[in-house]
Structure formats: C-alpha cells, structure tokens
Design a protein around this ligand. Structure first.
Ligand SMILES: Cc1ncc(COP(=O)(O)O)c(C=O)c1O
Length: 381
C-alpha cells in the first residue's frame, strides 16, 4: 500500500526550500532571554496578584469549567468578570469565550449568515478570516484601511443586513484602523461594525480601554467589540463586548459559545486580577507605547501606534537568520513569514512590554543595532 500521507513529506520539503518550515521550541520557565516576542504587553503574566487570582479561582471553582457555559460552565466569577470588563471598555454587556479566536468565530457567525454582506479588511486577523468562511454570508475583502471601498460595497449591496470587520490594531504591522470613518460609513448604511481589540485593549485609549473608547465610540449600539484575554490581560480566553441584546443573541446562537466548554476558572481569575491592576495603574498602557517608540527608534523604523514594532526585512531566510542572531545574543523576537504576512515582507515582529527596564533597553539597543545592520547589509548585497 502506498502511504496516503506521503504528500506531507513533499510539502514539508517545499517549505524547507522556501525557508518556511516552522519549529516548536519548548522554553524553560526562566530563559534568560529578554522577551520581545510575546503579547504580554503589560508584563503581567507573572505578576503575583495575577497568579494569586488564578490560584484563588482554581481553589474556589476547580481546574476546569466542567461543561458548556449553558450546562455547568457559568460561575459567578465568569459573570462578575464579564460585567467588569464591559464596564471598563464602556460596553453594556460582555460574554467570555474559551479564546479570542472562538469569540470572533462565534460573534461573526451569529451576526451574519445567508442574506448578509460581510466586508472585511484585507489585513484582518486569521480568526476573522475563518469566521467569514464559516458565516455563509457573501464575503467581500477590501484593501487595507480603505473606507471608500467599504462604503461602495455597503451602498451597492442587495442584502438587507451587513457586517463590517476590522482589527483595531492590526496584528502584523501594529497600525490602526480608521474607526471613526468606518463607523460613520457603517452607520450611514445601516451596517454593524465589529472591531477586534485584541491588540488595542490595555494599550490604546484612556487607561488602556482600547481604541474604540479612544475614538469616542464606546457603547455605540451598532458596534460589537471582540477581545482576547491572552495579551494585555495576561490570561487566556476571549470576549465579546456589546449591548445586552447582542449578548443574549450570542448565548442563544453562537456555536463556539454553546458547543464549547466554558472558559477555565483560572483564566477568569487571572484576567480579573490583571484588569484590576490596569485600573489601579492607568499609566501602564502609556508605558508600553513609550517603550515601543524607543525600540522603533533603535530599529530605524517609523514610530509605532501600538506595542508592535514591525521591522520588514523581505525574504523569509533573512528574517529568520536575524531572529536567530537576536536569540543567540539574548533577545527573543518574533519572526513573521508568509502566509502570516504577504510574500516579500518577512519581518521581525518585536513587541514592547510596559515592564522593560532601562538595563534591558540598553541590551536591546546594542543587539538590535548590530543584528539589523548585518541583515540590511545582506539584503543590499
Ligand atoms: C487580532 C487578533 N484577534 C484574535 C486573536 C485570537 O486570540 P486568542 O489567542 O485569544 O485566540 C489574536 C491572537 O493572536 C489576534 O492577534
């Protein structure tokens, strides 16, 4: 018998030749590396209060949620956290999911379907892309940040309902969506605007309330916000923040809510504690942006609008070798290659944290300056 999975080896070889093989590298609890790769933007994932929040929740509720939220998986801790997070971002209500990915799938598929037009930014996160595919709606992808294209599609549609999708802070480049203009257009055309605040929460807006809040759009009834608890909130899980009516609709119809085990108590406890820390120290978000600005200056790239500093180097191999060189000299940085980013734009994706020390910034300056000089020389050769 010929092994029906032989094609996997051919594909793997193709990826090796293209410099696109991915590796899982287990890390030790203490790596000794300066972490510029994670999404722990506020540096809270090892904060004693956040750890205590997780432990307390496990002691009270156990290690798992024990079932779907609709059967056994809802605790008072879930409900309290949902209310607190909603209040923080200025929404009427919140609903947590097992991940940000599941929140996006659940929200989009519950709010769109046959007879709906879904318009999505070309750079929307993969979870929104997959949500579009699952939605059974007519899906149109518009060029990145192109509000006029959104308006044209909404104006020409035959469907009664329409949903426009965008990240608030785009995950690969760290740039911002034109939220005020998008909302003006969606409102004028009777469409709903769904904004993924995965990289905006905790970083942008007053005390980290997010870019929707910063744009003066918090609480608008025709805006649905999704978020992850796995980045600034240092935990795991996702949330949809919207009106109580949307929350009730998701409880009734969102498949990733109904058919998925409820968010683990530890994640609820940790995210709740991180949210309290964010409230107590409203400057945390500003500190991430300040560190990101310093890193961008060192790397010789434009000033960032978020924690993400993207250093485009071009070919995958150059970006990969630069990431390895950083690691050998004590810096852990992200390396984004196709299909995560378009061909020819492989890059180092460097993320700032609020708790980076001045001594760490000195190391970052020395290593990045050297590694990037070498990488750029190789590109120019
Ligand atoms: C923009 C965006 N949305 C959604 C997600 C998914 O969130 P989670 O990791 O909680 O599933 C991510 C995670 O990387 C993201 O960057």
């Amino acid at each position: 018998m010929t092994d029906p999975l032989n094609w996997l080896d051919e594909r793997a070889e193709e990826r090796v030749r293209a410099g696109l093989r991915r590796e899982l590298r287990a890390r030790a609890p203490q790596t000794g590396l300066i972490d510029l790769a994670s999404n722990d933007y506020l540096g809270l994932s090892k904060h004693p209060d956040v750890i205590a929040g997780a432990i307390e929740a496990v002691r009270t509720w156990g290690t798992g949620s024990t079932g779907s939220r609709l059967v056994t998986g809802t605790t008072t801790a879930h409900e309290q956290f949902e209310a607190e997070l909603a209040e923080f971002v200025g929404a009427e209500a919140g609903l947590v999911f097992a991940s940000g990915y599941a929140a996006n799938l659940g929200a989009v598929t519950a709010l769109a379907g046959r007879g709906t037009l879904v318009v999505s930014d070309a750079a929307s996160h993969a979870s929104l892309v997959d949500a579009c595919r699952l939605s059974r709606a007519r899906v149109e992808i518009v060029p990145h940040r192109d509000v006029a294209a959104v308006e044209r599609l909404l104006g020409a549609r035959t469907e009664q309902r329409a949903l426009v999708l965008t990240d608030s802070v785009f995950s690969a480049d760290g740039d911002l969506a034109p939220l005020a203009e998008l909302h003006r257009v969606t409102r004028a055309h009777g469409a709903v605007l769904l904004v993924d605040e995965a990289h905006g929460l905790g970083v942008r807006g007053d005390s980290g309330r997010g870019l929707v809040h910063e744009a003066g759009l918090a609480g608008e009834p025709d805006i649905v916000v999704t978020a992850t608890l796995s980045k600034a909130l240092a935990a795991q899980g996702g949330a949809v923040l919207a009106t109580g009516r949307v929350r009730a609709h998701l409880i009734d119809t969102a498949r990733t809510f109904i058919f998925d085990t409820g968010l683990a108590p530890a994640a609820v406890g940790a995210a709740g504690a991180a949210l309290r820390l964010l409230r107590e120290d409203p400057a945390l978000g500003g500190r991430v942006l300040a560190r990101a600005t310093e890193i961008a200056r060192i790397a010789g790239v434009p000033q960032p609008d978020s924690a993400v500093v993207s250093v485009v180097l071009g070919e995958p191999q150059v970006a990969y070798e630069a990431a390895v060189a950083c690691r050998e000299r004590g810096l852990s940085v992200g390396c984004f290659r196709p299909p995560t980013v378009p061909e020819g734009t492989s890059r180092l994706r460097i993320t700032a944290r609020a708790d980076l020390t001045d001594a760490e910034m000195d190391v970052i300056a020395t290593v990045l300056t050297d590694v990037l000089a070498d990488a750029r020389q190789e590109v120019a050769a």
